[in-house]
Design a protein around this ligand. Structure first.
Ligand code: DGI
Length: 137
């Protein structure tokens, strides 16, 4: 069993895609062990995306992710990290295959609908950033 951190980004929330996305993960068989809607502060955004701090797109990324509510969740299941990434599709929607979340719902890298942890280390760090232990089932 593995846990991963997933977030429906502000574009997904604004477009009413939360239910669609949650349904895909539930149907796949993942267990929801944490779930909340929130607005991300600039400080949380900068910590979450710390690895991109020096990139030219960093200011735009922080501004986008703080632009409206998001839904954050922790999903649990076998190989959850890799399986969720597979269901999300490639980072750039132009490379994301139909049938994946980004392939079906996104067109630009600036607004690519969903985030999912890339590695077990990222998952642990991101879960701790967004959830207190008592908020997880
Ligand atoms: O884990 P991912 O979201 O698939 O990808 P990542 O961790 O490499 O990048 C995090 C987010 O940063 C990504 O979802 C969109 C944004 N991003 C990454 N590379 C670029 C980018 N945004 C722009 N504008 N240009 C990029 O090259």
């Amino acid at each position: 069993m593995e846990r991963t951190f997933v977030m429906v980004k502000p574009d997904g929330f604004r477009r009413g895609l939360v239910g669609e996305i949650l349904a895909r993960f539930e149907r796949k068989g993942f267990r929801i062990v944490g779930l909340k809607a929130l607005r991300i502060s600039k400080e949380l955004a900068e910590r979450h995306y710390a690895e991109h701090r020096e990139k030219p797109f960093f200011p735009g990324l922080v501004s986008f992710i703080t632009s409206g509510p998001v839904v954050a969740m922790v999903l649990e299941g076998p190989n959850a990290i890799a399986e969720v990434r597979k269901m999300m599709g490639a980072t750039h929607p132009k490379d994301a295959l139909p049938g994946t979340i980004r392939g079906d719902y996104a067109t630009t890298i600036d607004e690519n609908v969903i985030h999912g942890s890339a590695t077990p280390e990222d998952a642990e760090r991101e879960i701790a950033l967004f959830f207190r232990p008592e908020e997880l089932l």
